[in-house]
Design a protein around this ligand. Sequence first.
Ligand code: NGQ
Ligand code: ZN
Length: 405
Amino acid sequence: MARPTHAFSLPGVANLHSHAFQRAMAGLAERQTDPKDSFWTWRETMYRMAARFDPDTLYAVAAQLYAEMLEAGYTRVCEFHYLHHAPDGTPYDDPAAMSRALVRAARDTGIRMTLLPVLYMSGGFDGRPLGERQRRFGHDVDGFLRLLETLRGEEDAMLRVGCALHSLRAVPADAMRAVVAALPPDMPLHIHIAEQIGEVQDCLALRGARPVEWLLANAEVDARWTLVHATHLEPAEVTGIARSGATVAICPTTEANLGDGLFPLRDYLAAGGAFGIGSDSQVSVSPVEELRWLEYGQRLSTRRRNIAVGADSSSVGETLLHAVQASSARATGFDPGGEVLLLDEDAPQLTGATPEDLQDRWIFSGNRNLVREVHVNGELVVSEGRHRDRDAIAARYRQALVKLL
Ligand code: NGQ
Ligand code: ZN
């Protein structure tokens, strides 16, 4: 099918950070168990959910999620995948079984995937061993590199394989160096970096520097790197990331949901930094909502309006969407192009839309989904706002959820 050339068409959006399995717990961690509930208590709930998955349920949940992503306008996803082994830590007969479940979900739904197998080795900066619930995440360096090599054999127009380091907490410095040195030079490399104040303090105490500061000093951070949740930054770290050419993956709805803090977008844009967005914990699966809250967070904290604008445009929607497009190829490893959305020209809130205001109207005119068609790599995967296999995928998801819950 030809690429639509149309006044209401826009390029598809890259989702730079996803943990697919967490789709199954969205909305199920919103009851206070202690007045001090935090990211760390949420993480215990998340680990209980993570322990229940097998390749079949992971496939069903990921397929539902990816169909939702396509309907919302995400056309490529970086899957930050660490549920590698059986719950007790024993590898599956096929050590790549969980990875393959995710790849199959992406292929069946028609979303482009950058699979990021995650290296996860220790339970904290002090090098303590993995906790019981973390065992299924773990690898040694050799086993991890073998997994990457196996999966690279599957690459094609719809699949790229990158590499993820879970966090500085979970990857000792020497393992980080060994893995990075062994990677093909063009491979995308993602890491969770500075999401919580607690990890910034632990990093300072045990490595003598803040996480971003430490990474910039101890790795050749460049355009192949994506720093996820670079939330807590000193001014020198803001300019350091911007100068390195790395992309920051900001996940506004998850960062709000988990009480992380606010990324210093205004300073980062002023420094010329690259960024993209991610749906991360899947409390929202919508590029519109991520971008809107990226801007609104800044408005709430500065008490000003129209913050995310650059030298090229005074439009917030255009600036945000342009930035997300500009970082996409480096962060995902896919060339640009071949992913097109068509917005609903009959939607009342797009009445009289022009190329100048279409992007602002898409992002800032409410919650009705305006995506009518989605084309990925020559295939029509969403039409009339519905994924081509929406009903069958949802039926399988419901069965999986009954098992998981
Ligand atoms: C994750 N998610 O790996 O799923 C993390 C939580 C951690 C987010 N940071 C676990 N949003 O960081 O240890
Ligand atoms: Zn994450």
